[in-house]
Design a protein around this ligand. Structure first.
Ligand SMILES: *Cc1c(COP(=O)(O)O)cnc(C)c1O
Length: 379
């Protein structure tokens, strides 16, 4: 049998190895060395954000966001139920009560039409997730947030370089978070970034990220010694990881080009099969330029989805499902989550399957995946 095609794998595409060695040779392998600064400058200039800070993960960038917003026990924050645990857990760590919203059946993004009925006097923030790198309805979300005086934190783990109405995802909320985990478009194994669009948070973010000290100001010569000034933790990655990441960011157009080709090939080659078998393909609204993070299919039912995954696995192809509804998780139920609260999330979570998608997926491998998919008949 031919080699197994994984769902995801990390790969080297540019100067990763040379830069990693250079980071060590520079004599500054701890955080905020030369490559970290290059990543910051790149993200700030390319996206046009006032400040970008690398973090050890998207999870940690989300924790920083919860600290920066000064969220306290009893505060409420609205999240989509269809997301990764960290989106919510980072806020629950501060005592926040999570309020779960359902997702739109078309884009699988936070359903903005449900937001207003979930807002109470205790609501402090909304955390939209741009699922698959397709933008949420940010015009509506930002308008509601402004009317109710709520902060918006975009979990943009999937959406780097995606756009909504021409504007980059991650540039709408006061804060936004990125992930450079090995499953994301750009990676250094484990890593993330906090994008700060509201400049009032910049100085405190630097302090929180540096164990509650004003060390960043010290290094810029703005204070003559550094000391403990606030709460914080160690949220900055080694410059070795920043070196790995920078090698990928500097060729971002090439990487996005590869991912676009993979996505468009799946879409074109599977369209007829999907239609004939009652399978739904991803939907990208005209006003969204997606980030080509994943290619998913919505199968008619859980049983068909499981049979489909087994069918591909028998041919050495690993396809995987995605998020389980958070409101029905053990933790979600402790916060009052019940079956029926988010019917779209509950349904699509059973139906969704993601096909192999990584930066060195070759045309031959993808052809094998497509052929295997097409031989599956929904009866
Ligand atoms: C991957 C992911 C995260 C977590 O990212 P880490 O960098 O692994 O902490 C958070 N939110 C979403 C939507 C993700 O896909």
């Amino acid at each position: 049998m031919s080699a197994i095609i994984p769902f995801n794998r990390p790969c080297l595409l540019g100067n990763e190895q040379a830069y990693i060695l250079q980071a060590i040779a520079n004599g500054h392998a701890a955080g905020d060395g030369a490559f970290t600064k290059k990543c910051h400058a790149f993200l700030e200039a390319t996206l046009g954000v006032p400040r970008a800070l690398l973090t050890t993960s998207c999870t940690h960038a989300l924790e920083m966001a919860a600290l920066l917003l000064d969220l306290r026990p009893g505060d409420e924050v609205i999240f989509p139920s269809f997301t990764f645990v960290s989106t919510v857990n980072a806020f629950v760590l501060r005592g926040v009560r999570p309020i779960f919203a359902d997702v739109r059946p078309d884009t699988l993004n936070l359903d903005e039409r449900q937001l207003e009925r979930l807002i109470t006097p205790r609501t402090r923030a909304i955390v939209p997730v741009h699922y698959g790198g397709v933008g949420c309805e940010m015009d509506v979300i930002m308008d509601i947030a402004a009317r109710y005086d709520l902060a918006v934190v975009e979990d943009n783990a999937h959406g780097l370089f995606g756009r909504y109405r021409g504007r980059y995802l991650g540039t709408f909320g006061a804060l936004a978070t990125q992930s450079f985990h090995e499953t994301k478009n750009f990676t250094c194994g484990e890593g993330g970034a906090l994008l700060i669009n509201d400049p009032q948070y910049i100085e405190r973010a630097e302090i929180i990220r540096e164990k509650g000290t004003n060390r960043s100001r010290f290094f810029r010569g703005q204070v003559d010694k550094y000391t403990w000034v606030d709460i914080g933790s160690s949220y900055l990655p080694s410059d070795i990881l920043a070196a790995f990441l920078y090698a990928q960011l500097e060729i971002h157009e090439r990487i996005q080009g590869i991912r676009r080709r993979i996505w468009e090939t799946y879409a074109a080659e599977l369209r007829d099969w999907a239609e004939a078998n009652g399978v739904r393909m991803p939907y990208v609204p005209d006003h969204c330029e997606q980030a080509y993070h994943m290619f998913y299919l919505l199968m008619p039912s859980l049983e068909v989805r499981q049979a489909f995954i087994a069918h591909l696995k028998a041919q050495g192809i690993l396809a995987v499902f995605h998020y389980l509804p958070l409101h029905l998780s053990d933790m979600g139920r402790k916060f009052g989550g019940q079956a029926g609260d988010c019917p779209v999330t509950e349904r699509i979570s059973d139906q969704l399957v993601r096909l192999p998608f990584f930066n060195d997926l070759t045309e031959a491998m993808q052809a094998r995946v497509i052929e295997a998919v097409r031989t599956f008949q929904v009866i």
